[in-house]
Design a binder for this molecule. Sequence first.
Ligand SMILES: [Mg+2]
Length: 271
Amino acid sequence: MKNKIFFSLFTAFIFLGCKTQITTIKQQTINNTPTKEHTIQSLLWVQNAAEYKALTYQAYNLAQLRLDQILANNDSEKPIAIVTDIDETLLDNSPYSGKQIELDENYTSDRWAEWVAEKKADAIPGALAFFKYAESKNVTVFYISNRSATQTKETIENLQLKGFPFADETHVLLKTKSSEKGSRRSVVNKTHEIVLLLGDNLSDFSSIFENSTTDKRNKNADSLHTSFGHKYIVLPNPMYGDWETKGIYEGNYNWTNAQKDSIRHKKTTSY
Ligand SMILES: [Mg+2]
């Protein structure tokens, strides 16, 4: 009998102990949501999945196919040009995303500047061969990126180190005041016929994607469906982008980690 009572008390003690522990862990998750841990699956995919590499090769193979078609039918009076984004389109900054997870910190201009100054970003698979091919066909390349214009020197050096053509101040157009890229595309358009655009973010292609909600972005993507793989070549980037900042978080940069976590869960679809 004594043993029975002891066993019951022991079991109750263990049960209550476990329950308290589970409650504590849940509370910690709610009150101490990590800043970047949720991005780890995206980073793992970019850095490890052969499918990611296959998709970037696919994008650049398609770009070359389209360029050949364009050159075969070219009757433009202006010289033709390709406009391309840089980050996650032809340079791989995934180690920066890795650092954010390691330090559990949001984007900061200082940390980003630290990474850019390293000039260590690798070429994305397929990118270098394509842009060299364009150069060999006398097609000019303009790099329109929202890296800060104060990072022009490091950016050009990184591009040069990797062997990208046209990596100079005339062809690398970084952000001065506005992140809106349409005005920089207009500058290129004055002297060149833009025949292909490459990017990982839809605002790399058209101004209709600037400052858009998830709903508008998707409707605009539907309206331009014939342009993708034709004039617009899209590279995959599940790590960050307007889809997240302007879409998921609706342009609000002041959410707490817990609020962001709640928003992320609300915006998933189950059945
Ligand atoms: Mg980009």
